[in-house]
Structures are given as structure tokens and as C-alpha cells.
Ligand binder design. Structure first.
Ligand SMILES: *[C@@H]1O[C@H](CO)[C@@H](O)[C@H](O)[C@H]1NC(C)=O
Ligand SMILES: *[C@@H]1O[C@H](CO)[C@@H](O)[C@H](O)[C@H]1NC(C)=O
Ligand SMILES: *[C@@H]1O[C@H](CO)[C@@H](O)[C@H](O)[C@H]1NC(C)=O
Ligand SMILES: *[C@@H]1O[C@H](CO)[C@@H](O)[C@H](O)[C@H]1NC(C)=O
Ligand SMILES: *[C@@H]1O[C@H](CO)[C@@H](O)[C@H](O)[C@H]1NC(C)=O
Ligand SMILES: *[C@@H]1O[C@H](CO)[C@@H](O)[C@H](O)[C@H]1NC(C)=O
Length: 318
């Protein structure tokens, strides 16, 4: 039926629109200048091998949200590396983010032996020491949205409580290690919080790390509408817009949307009257959807520049 085809095509245009608006935003990076390696050295070769393996793993295994690998482990030129994606991003977003990070990390931190790179959706790091199964609270990176919130004392109190719930959820669910929670601040504003640990931490270490990160958030980012703190073993973030997906995986979320679209198509093709009404509303629906997906996937437009305003004691510590 041509009508059904039209409807399906129309629904599909939503999905392409949504996919095209997904972007990667870099949050923060760290290059340790104290130890560097020479071009074409053994370290350089080991590093390339580690990054190649990480990229291969994130692409090959669609369930990979985290991996760790090493090269030359018994030698003095050993390199250890890992990536981790934010728990709610889709597998494709995760793979895209890590691939992108691999390209940028070697450009931004040229020849430094220890490096961290945080995006909104993923983290990539490498080091000359074996960091796995250790809790690390340094180096500390972070940033905030410059805009202030009214009634900041109440807001910070709500932030502390809400992040506490998100952190408990992360620490008490060892297989996934992330949690999120939202809470209404007032009529217009809702607070969204997210917390995640690397998967090799124990429950207690995860909890400790997230409390430490949250106390940094509370002390450095008083009265701001958004902020993040990244530690090697965990991170926390809050905003006054929804920046994460509440369903556990983007994949599930997407499949639900596809089923909804099929049901809509069947209903639409049998009920001509609704079809016409719906067609007339097409313009406004498209606008609403565009707005929704922007706040969902494109993330904080301030993300790129907010690091300039971060206090040095939070970001520049070795
Ligand atoms: C590394 O060196 C760059 C350029 O000299 C400097 O801006 C940056 O602060 C240094 N980073 C650290 C962690 O010392
Ligand atoms: C490293 O190796 C590449 C190709 O093997 C070569 O083109 C380049 O000049 C070398 N760089 C240094 C600094 O030796
Ligand atoms: C890393 O990726 C490989 C290959 O996909 C997989 O076999 C392995 O279990 C992963 N390791 C971890 C810690 O997830
Ligand atoms: C790194 O350290 C962990 C924990 O101590 C250990 O289990 C693992 O075998 C080490 N990995 C390598 C490649 O040395
Ligand atoms: C945050 O809440 C904890 C209890 O959950 C409390 O011990 C701590 O003092 C609070 N911090 C701030 C800055 O309010
Ligand atoms: C968080 O960890 C840092 C680095 O280890 C430490 O200096 C700081 O005192 C800790 N803060 C809290 C509140 O535990």
C-alpha cells in the first residue's frame, strides 16, 4: 500500500535525522609531561599495538563497554591501555567515540607516556604502569557550566542527595557500575545526575571513589547549573537537562522506537482520517523531535570551552 510506504518512509526520516545529530564532544584530557618517549622507540611500537588492540576489541565485540590490554608487559617499555564507555551509550556510539579518541589522543598528547582523554561518551587512556584493579584518584580533571543557578544552597543540597542515590546505584550493581537519578528542583528545572566506576573496582572502592568525586563537585562547582569530575577510576556529572538515556542500553531504546513505528504504521494505514490529521501536524512534530534529540545526543555545547575556566588545582595536578 502506498500510504503505508509513505508513513514508513516518514518515520524513517526521523531516525536518520536523529542519527545525524549525534556528535562527539570532547570533555577533557591530560598529558603527563614528566615522562615522554622517542618517536619510533619500543614504547611507541608497544603503544601503537595497545591502541590497535583496543580499537579491534571495541569494534569486534558489540557488548564491550570496557577493555584493558597491554604490550611488552615484562619489559621496561611496557604500555598498558584501556577504554570505557558511559554505561548508557549504544555500542555504535561507544565504538565511534573510542576510534575518534585514538586519533585525537596521539595528536593532543604527542609522545607523552601517560595520557587520559575523556569524551562525553567514553574514556581512553594509556600509561607506562599497570593500573588495572587499582583505585586511582589522580589525575583529577573536570569542569563546569559557567551559568549560575538561583537558590544555589538548596540546589547544592539537592545535588548532594541526588548524586548520592546515583552513586549507590552504581556501586551496588557490580555488573554495570553506573547509576543515574533525577530530581525536580522547582517548577521549571529538573536536576539530572550520573555516576560510573571502572568495572574492576570493588563495591566499596567504587563507592569511595564516587564520594570523593562528588565532594570535588560540591566544593569546586558551587551554584553552577552543570559540572563534571573525572578521576581515573570513576566520574560524576550533573546537568539541568537529560544528557543520558534512562533505558539501560541505546540498542533497547532504539528497538522500542522501531516497534512503536511499526505499530504506528499499521494503525495509520487503516485509519485514513487520523492519517490526514497526523499529516497536517507533521511540521510541528518534526520540530519537537528535533529539539528532543538535540538535548539528548548533541550534549552540552559549552562542553568544549568550559575547561578554560576551571581552577588550576582541580585540573593541573600531576
Ligand atoms: C604540559 O606542557 C604544556 C605545554 O608546555 C603545558 O601547557 C601543560 O600545563 C603541561 N601539563 C602538565 C600536566 O604539566
Ligand atoms: C620513524 O619511522 C618512519 C617510518 O618508518 C620514518 O619515516 C620517520 O622518519 C621515523 N622518524 C624518526 C624520528 O626516526
Ligand atoms: C576485551 O575484548 C576481547 C575481544 O573482544 C574480549 O574477549 C575480552 O573479554 C574483553 N575484555 C574485557 C575485560 O572485557
Ligand atoms: C596488572 O595488575 C593486575 C593486578 O595487580 C594483575 O592481575 C595483572 O596480571 C597485571 N597485568 C599485567 C599485564 O601485568
Ligand atoms: C553531602 O551528604 C553527605 C551525607 O550523604 C554529608 O555527609 C555531606 O556533608 C554532604 N556534603 C555537603 C557539601 O553538603
Ligand atoms: C579525594 O582524593 C584526593 C586525592 O587522593 C584527596 O586529596 C582528597 O582529600 C579526597 N577527598 C575526600 C573528600 O575524600
Amino acid at each position: 500500500m502506498p500510504r503505508t510506504r509513505f508513513l514508513l518512509l516518514f518515520m524513517l526520516s526521523f531516525f536518520t535525522l536523529k542519527a545525524a545529530e549525534s556528535t562527539l564532544t570532547m570533555s577533557s584530557h591530560y598529558c603527563s609531561n614528566s615522562s615522554t618517549f622517542a618517536p619510533n622507540s619500543t614504547y611507541h611500537a608497544n603503544l601503537d599495538r595497545v591502541l590497535d588492540v583496543l580499537i579491534r576489541d571495541v569494534v569486534a565485540d558489540p557488548d564491550n563497554e570496557f577493555n584493558f590490554t597491554s604490550s611488552g608487559a615484562s619489559s621496561s617499555e611496557a604500555v598498558y591501555g584501556s577504554f570505557m564507555c558511559r554505561g548508557d551509550v549504544s555500542n555504535k556510539e561507544c565504538a565511534d567515540c573510542v576510534k575518534n579518541a585514538r586519533v585525537e589522543i596521539t595528536q593532543l598528547c604527542q609522545m607523552t607516556k601517560t595520557t587520559f582523554m575523556w569524551y562525553d561518551q567514553c574514556m581512553l587512556r594509556y600509561s607506562n604502569t599497570n593500573f588495572t584493579r587499582k583505585m586511582e584518584l589522580e589525575p583529577r580533571l573536570g569542569g563546569y557550566n559557567d551559568e549560575n543557578i538561583d537558590q544555589s544552597d538548596e540546589f547544592m543540597k539537592l545535588l548532594n542527595q541526588t548524586m548520592d542515590h546515583a552513586a549507590r546505584e552504581a556501586a551496588w550493581h557490580p555488573s554495570r557500575m553506573y547509576g543515574h537519578r533525577n530530581a525536580k528542583f522547582n517548577q521549571e528545572k529538573t536536576l539530572y545526575t550520573f555516576a560510573q566506576c571502572v568495572p574492576y573496582l570493588s563495591k566499596n572502592d567504587c563507592w569511595y571513589c564516587l564520594r570523593n568525586a562528588t565532594s570535588s563537585l560540591l566544593s569546586h562547582q558551587k551554584g553552577k547549573i552543570g559540572g563534571r569530575v573525572f578521576l581515573p577510576s570513576c566520574f560524576v556529572r550533573f546537568e539541568i537537562y537529560p544528557f543520558y538515556r534512562s533505558s539501560s542500553k541505546g540498542k533497547v531504546h532504539f528497538l522500542l522506537k522501531i516497534s512503536a513505528a511499526i505499530i504506528a504504521a499499521v494503525v495509520g494505514s487503516t485509519l485514513l482520517f487520523y492519517m490526514i490529521v497526523w499529516h497536517l501536524r507533521r511540521g510541528s512534530r518534526r520540530r519537537v523531535l528535533r529539539r528532543e534529540s538535540k538535548s539528548y545526543l548533541e550534549e552540552d555545547p559549552i562542553g568544549g570551552k568550559f575547561l578554560n575556566s576551571i581552577p588550576c588545582n582541580l585540573i593541573c595536578k600531576q
